[in-house]
Each structure stands twice: as C-alpha cells, then as structure tokens.
Write a protein that binds this ligand. Structure first.
Ligand SMILES: Cc1cc2nc3c(=O)[nH]c(=O)nc-3n(C[C@H](O)[C@H](O)[C@H](O)COP(=O)(O)OP(=O)(O)OC[C@H]3O[C@@H](n4cnc5c(N)ncnc54)[C@H](O)[C@@H]3O)c2cc1C
Length: 398
C-alpha cells in the first residue's frame, strides 16, 4: 500500500490526510505541536470551505459550531460607533457573515474525522528528506527514519518542508508590511460585551485593535500594526513589550486588552505575508496550503484555499490512479497545481487599498474608511458591491 507523510496537522494537513486515508493510502501526519493546535479567530464557511466540508460529510457538525455574529462595527477611541456592517449586508456576503466558526473548532472536527484513518505523530517534525529509488527517505526528529511514496508539506507559512526542499523562506515571502497578534480572552464581569459584533478601533499610525465573539464567555482579540520585522517567535516578553510600546497611547479598550494578552494560552504574533513558490512540487515532495501559497489573512480565503487544495490534491491522485500506480504521481501533482494556480493567483490579488484599509495611517484615513463602509451599503453602490462580493469570494469590505 503506498505510504504518504503529511507534515503539519492543520486545516490543510488533516483534510488531505482524511481524504487519502479514506481512499486507502497509509497516512502518517507529523505535527510539531504537542497536541492539536487550538487558537485562531473566525474562519468563513462560505464557498469552497462549505463545499469541501459537505463533501467530507462533516457539514452538520461544523454548522453546530457556528458563532453567533451580528456584524462588524468600527468605533472611535471612546467606543462611539463610526460605521457598521451587519451580517445581512450584501446579501450575506459582507465583511462578517452568519456562517463563521472558530478556526480551532473546524480544526477539531477535521482532526477527529481523520483520526480513524490516519496515524498522528505529535511533537514531531522532519529533519531531512532524501530521494531514494521510488520514494523519499525521511529523517524525523524523534521517530525512526522511514520511506514514503509521497511527502506533503502542509506545515504552514513558515514551512520546514519548503525550506528543506525548495529553499529559504526569504526567497518566497512577500511581506505586506503589517503584523498581527491574536489571542483568546476570558471575559470577567467587568469585560464590556461585544454582543455578537466584530468591533475594530483604528488609531492613527496604522494601528488597529479588534474584539470579536468567541465561545460563550470568551472574546477573540487582535492587534494589527505596521512592522517589517518582529522579535524571535520564542521571545514572548519581547513580543509583549513591542505591543505595549506600539499601542501605548491608543484608546478604547486597548489597555485592558494588552493586559489580557499576557494571560492568554494561545497568544500568537506574526507578520502578514504572502508566499509565492514558482512550482509546488519537486519529485515526490509537494506543498499544500499556506506553505505553498499563503494569501495572508487579509485575503479572507486562507481556510477555503487550504480545504480546496486538499480536495484537489486528493482528487488528482485518485484520477491518476496513483494508489495502484505510484509511477503516475507526477501526473497527479501537475494536475493538482493546474487546478489550484488560478484560484491562488486570484486570492493573492488583494482588493486595491486592502492593506491600508486594515490599518489606516492617518485620522483622515480612518474617517474615510468609515465613510466608505457606510457609502458602499447604500444605493446605488450597494448593488455593485453585492455583485463584486458574490463573484470574487472575498468579503465586500475587504
Ligand atoms: C494556531 C493557528 C491560528 C490561526 N489563526 C488564524 C486566524 O485567526 N486568522 C487567519 O486568517 N488565519 C489563521 N491561521 C492560519 C490559517 O489556519 C491558515 O491560513 C489556513 O487555514 C491554511 O491552513 P494550513 O493548514 O495550510 O496552515 P496552518 O493552519 O498554519 O497549519 C499548519 C500546521 O503545521 C504545523 N507545523 C508548523 N511547522 C511544522 C513543522 N516544522 N513540522 C510539523 N508541523 C508543523 C502547525 O503547528 C500547524 O498545525 C492560524 C493558524 C494556526 C496554526
């Protein structure tokens, strides 16, 4: 039976593992975290995401985890509303929709479904990949070396598989000039309610603070700011110090939220980047999801692309009958790339002004963004934006 190694047990990794496991491949998933990774904010179930989840037979379970959301609102430093976009805007294709769930809930559903068909190795990663006749020899960090017919690098934007096989991250990374910190905050009796709204406060200097609904009793918090480099990922104190410095004079709930960051078990900080790799496969090693094509959270399409990519890869392997005829793997990998490239190119083409809109530079810019958000929801622009949002797959406000 052909053996496949999936590196990274995130959305893309567990989805492709589930599909290949069900199709009869012997699948191992090596995930570097010690357990399934929680954390992350809301992901959008519309479009590709819904279609693939339904095809996997997991739609009911996923629909059971939807967040209770009412819309997006932009507020000034005293909490006064500057603009709002309810979930009903643009025929339900607005900035926030009724069909969103936490990334951690989607990851859990996929992981549990994959569990029956797949061997998961947690706290594990690859140290070396070496071509051998008819396979790839893999040296793991802990497990004994093993050979696989196919290695799938689904290990996210900072992919190790990509580095080992295709080259250093700098070659493929296109920074968008912003960084983002996100975490889950437990509410206390003193915590202001978000009441189902995804609330953003923009401050001059390209700084943005967000609070949005999470599981009952929790809020999902985000800080966005201009940055080209960040402290090392393991240096939490330096990361908190940077946030404290950048957001020191920002109003609204910023002080409370900066304090909460220090107690969050799932705190994360990263730059907004795109990843562009000219070819996603090399021999029997193939990239999938953010490792191949991260479009950045600003696209709003990371999860949809991960799910669609996993389905396209599994379909291409099935169409080439690569399970019985492993020598046809390369045909399958070519077909997978041909199917995904146009979608990825489209997703990476962010709406003009998207980066500036996420974190406006000046007070005037903040008010222009709020004004635009109000304007595009009124006739005659509302109709045009409804059509655009429905067609492009990115939210109307993006
Ligand atoms: C904890 C978390 C929170 C996120 N939150 C958001 C969010 O709020 N908004 C948003 O737009 N996007 C978020 N993302 C990114 C989003 O999940 C992806 O853009 C999208 O779902 C594509 O998924 P992916 O499987 O390609 O990558 P990811 O979801 O990033 O999954 C990659 C997986 O690979 C694992 N991994 C990394 N390095 C290695 C290694 N060397 N060896 C083995 N395993 C490795 C990671 O631990 C992770 O489980 C988050 C990702 C993670 C991991």
């Amino acid at each position: 039976m052909p053996r496949v190694l999936v590196v990274g047990g995130g959305i893309a990794g567990d989805t492709v593992a589930l599909m290949l496991g069900r199709a009869g491949w012997e699948v191992t998933v090596a995930e570097i975290a010690p357990a399934l990774r929680g954390g992350g904010q809301a992901v959008d179930l519309r479009g590709d995401c819904r279609e693939v989840v339904a095809r996997l037979g997991l739609l009911d379970e996923v629909l059971g985890s939807l967040l209770d959301q009412r819309g997006a609102a932009w507020v000034d430093s005293s909490g006064r509303r500057l603009a709002a976009m309810p979930v009903e805007a643009f025929d339900g294709n607005g900035y926030v929709s009724k069909e969103e769930l936490l990334r951690s809930d989607l990851a859990r559903v996929l992981h549990e479904a994959a569990g029956a068909h797949v061997t998961h190795l947690f706290g594990e990663t690859v140290e070396a990949l070496e071509d051998v006749p008819n396979g790839v020899s893999v040296r793991f960090r802990h497990a004994p070396p093993a050979e696989f017919d196919l290695v799938i690098g689904a290990d996210g934007a900072h992919s190790r598989v990509r580095r080992l096989r295709f080259g250093p991250e700098e070659v493929f990374r296109r920074p968008l000039g912003l960084a983002h910190a996100w975490f889950t905050m437990d509410e206390t009796p003193a915590t202001p309610s978000v009441d189902g709204w995804f609330i953003t406060h923009n401050a001059p200097g390209s700084r943005s603070v967000e609070a949005r609904p999470g599981h009952p009793g929790q809020q999902e918090i985000g800080f966005t700011f201009a940055a080209s480099g960040l402290p090392p990922r393991h240096d939490r104190e330096a990361q908190f110090a940077l946030l404290d410095r950048v957001f020191a004079d920002v109003g609204w709930r910023t002080r409370e939220l900066l304090a909460a960051a220090r107690h969050a078990p799932d705190f994360a900080l990263d730059t907004f980047d795109q990843i562009q790799v000219p070819s996603w496969s090399d021999g029997r090693v193939v990239l999938l999801g953010d490792s191949a094509w991260c479009a950045s959270p600003l696209s709003g399409l990371g999860t949809a692309l991960a799910l669609r990519g996993a389905a396209e890869l599994a379909d291409a392997l099935a169409a080439a009958d690569a399970l019985r005829l492993p020598h046809r793997l390369s045909d399958a990998l070519t077909a997978y790339e041909a199917a995904m490239r146009p979608r990825v190119d489209d997703a990476q083409r962010l709406f003009p002004g998207r980066v500036r809109q996420a974190a406006p530079r000046t007070e005037l810019g903040i008010h222009v963004v709020a004004w635009l958000i109000r304007c595009i929801q009124r006739p005659p622009l509302a109709k045009t934006f409804s059509r655009l949002a429905a067609g492009h797959g990115q939210s109307a406000a993006a």
